[in-house]
Design a protein around this ligand. Structure first.
Ligand code: FES
Length: 224
């Protein structure tokens, strides 16, 4: 297990107290309980009482080290906290704020501004259907309805609209757990959901990363 990062000692020194943690380094009891941010979101969390998993702390500290002002690491810190907790829960925000030495209110303002942060618990899979202009012209609205209907409402697959995801050349396209697929055609909505439920990669032949590029189609004499 990786040990606490350099900020850990700093915070200990700052507080003059040890951060409570089980002897085996595991999370302290109550780590997953919702944080009561109504108390004072304008107060920097006390690291003596907020336990942050070492892996999450290390990732946030590494992000902070990349900027002259630690507050600039708000986005990667929130992203790490969201990945660790599954969503940007009040507890996730509290922990990120604790490591960054900023207020939960500051990080909440950032998280509520950007669309990619989930402020409600979400399903095991995230399917973002781009319904912006290029995708819409190629049937994205109907595609969204088909995927949403196939996913149902058991909460396992979180389906939502999204603005342009920057992959208009494969319209209509979707982002599934942060991986791009497209263009989707007839029958792909149902197959996408079936693949996810079966634990398979969805629509592998449509994964953007596996598409041939223009460069790969140039005759050999054009190669540098
Ligand atoms: S409009 Fe859908 S990716 Fe750009």
């Amino acid at each position: 297990m990786s040990g606490p990062g350099p900020g850990f000692e700093y915070i200990q020194e700052l507080q003059g107290r040890a951060i409570p943690r089980a002897s085996d380094g595991s999370r302290t009891p109550g780590w997953d309980q919702p944080a009561d941010l109504t108390k004072d979101p304008a107060e920097i969390p006390d690291p003596a009482v907020i336990h942050v998993a070492p892996a999450l702390r290390d990732e946030i500290e590494a992000a902070m080290a990349r900027y002259p002002d630690r507050r600039s690491a708000a986005l990667p810190a929130l992203k790490a906290a969201q990945r660790f907790h599954g969503w940007c829960s009040p507890q996730a925000i509290l922990e990120a704020a604790c490591v960054m030495r900023v207020t939960p209110g500051y990080l909440t303002a950032v998280a509520t501004f950007y669309d990619m942060f989930e402020l409600e618990p979400k399903g095991r899979h995230s399917v973002y259907v781009c319904t912006n202009i290029s995708c819409s012209l190629r049937g994205a609205d109907a595609l969204y309805e088909e995927i949403a209907a196939a996913a149902g409402e058991d909460g396992e697959i979180n389906v939502r609209h999204f603005e342009c995801l920057g992959a208009c050349d494969i319209a209509p396209m979707v982002s599934v757990d942060n991986v791009y697929y497209g263009p989707l055609g007839k029958g792909d909505a149902k197959r996408l959901v079936e693949d996810l439920r079966a634990g398979r990669e969805p629509l592998p032949e449509l994964r953007l990363a596996l598409r041939r590029t223009a460069a790969s189609e140039l005759p050999a004499e054009h190669e540098q």
